[in-house]
Design a protein around this ligand. Sequence first.
Ligand SMILES: Cc1cc2nc3c(=O)[nH]c(=O)nc-3n(C[C@H](O)[C@H](O)[C@H](O)COP(=O)(O)OP(=O)(O)OC[C@H]3O[C@@H](n4cnc5c(N)ncnc54)[C@H](O)[C@@H]3O)c2cc1C
Length: 450
Amino acid sequence: MTAGTRRADFVVVGAGFAGLAAAARLFAAGSSLVVVEARTRLGGRVETVHHEGYALDLGGSWIGTDHVRARTLVRELGLDTWPCHSDGATIVRDDGSRLDDRRYSILHPLATIDYRLASRRLDRMAQRVSPMAPWTADGASELDGRSLEDWLRRATRTERSRTTLRRTAANIFSSEPSEISLLHALFYIRSSGGLGPMLATTGGAQELLVRGGAEQLAAGMARGLEGSLELGAPVRRIVHGTSGVRVEADALTVEAAAAVVAVPPGTAERIEFEPELPADRSEVLRRMSPGDAVRMADVYDKAFWRDEGLTGEAWGPKLPFSFTHDVSSPGGAPGVLATFFVGERARPIRELSPERRREVALAALVDCFGDRAARPRAHVERDWGSDEWTRGGYCSSMTPGLWSRYGSALRDPVGRLTWAGTETATEHAGYMEGALQSGERAASEALALV
Ligand SMILES: Cc1cc2nc3c(=O)[nH]c(=O)nc-3n(C[C@H](O)[C@H](O)[C@H](O)COP(=O)(O)OP(=O)(O)OC[C@H]3O[C@@H](n4cnc5c(N)ncnc54)[C@H](O)[C@@H]3O)c2cc1C
């Protein structure tokens, strides 16, 4: 990090995918810029660590079928991808039994029908919500006044389907359905083209993995910007006025004509703004549900579960984790299982000691995949909820009442400040794709301001 004062046309706060997409667009428009990032690395909620030469993603990793910007970026950077493994049966650990998903649907036909009907209804309702302006939907304030949980309780007839939908929702939002508004759920589903694509591997949001890890996309976006990057520089204060902005990090000040602020709501709230942000903007930042996520990766010599015809996916009400996924390379050697603890599942695991956390996670994997899961070659973890620069899960969500009362404040520029971040996206909000879209939009707004 440079000490002292730098001047540029624009300053970008945060070097996650949103900030970097904004920076790339501003740079392409011929502007000078400085990107100020708290961490000493790029990528934010996308992080790849390396073990024995093998790249392990601990944050964002999958690129979906419709994630056009992310796919284009992969192509332009000359990176390789592979389709995420999804052949076989998924393990459902339920009420003391270990089932595969084919038997699960046979065993619980009523619950399955109930689950499908409720999901379809949610999808149909989402079609009526504009991702650009959810607060304009018919009956918006009523939809926004209820939590998703409240809707789930009424829309399902069996406890089994309710529990399943609740867990599915938590896995998608990284917040519990009781924490988010129904209108927000509909917005989020609409912005990603429906529940089906959000949950699917092939043809859906979990389609591709990047060989060498998704963090390479961040490095790729930063090519050519090396002189503009200020890493290890947490922004503490932003002074803004009609003619420009001053961004103050610990030892560095950047003066510019306008700023793109591309940090998660929970960390933006901790930045001091001078003058203070309008009340509606502050309320949004303060009241969004940050979600929660702990992600683990376990590396084995091979993806042994594939020999038994399993996808490597597992979930169930009786498991300590939320779900697992096979993220091994196509050949399956080494085999890598990603284990997620999201929403209310994150806190209990976080509170354990590292040794106990590993024990609990591995015991649950053994429960699902057998004894061979007990001894991974490597076990790594990432706790996003207690990370100072994330403080949440995949994405923050609007709690009941926020969209209809303060909706437009999520994105509306304030003077010379524009807002990016996956939370502000209108396409694929919550995903890397949403972050890219939001960065492009915020950069265009910033260019129009000066
Ligand atoms: C466990 C997990 C799994 C996920 N899986 C997927 C997936 O498979 N596919 C997918 O598409 N998406 C996934 N996501 C979501 C995806 O990673 C995010 O949507 C996306 O990376 C968000 O990008 P962003 O730029 O909006 O925010 P961030 O990545 O959070 O970037 C914000 C940046 O701002 C910095 N910052 C914060 N405060 C300050 C400050 N005061 N001063 C300076 N800098 C600051 C942060 O350090 C960070 O670098 C996942 C996320 C998690 C956590």
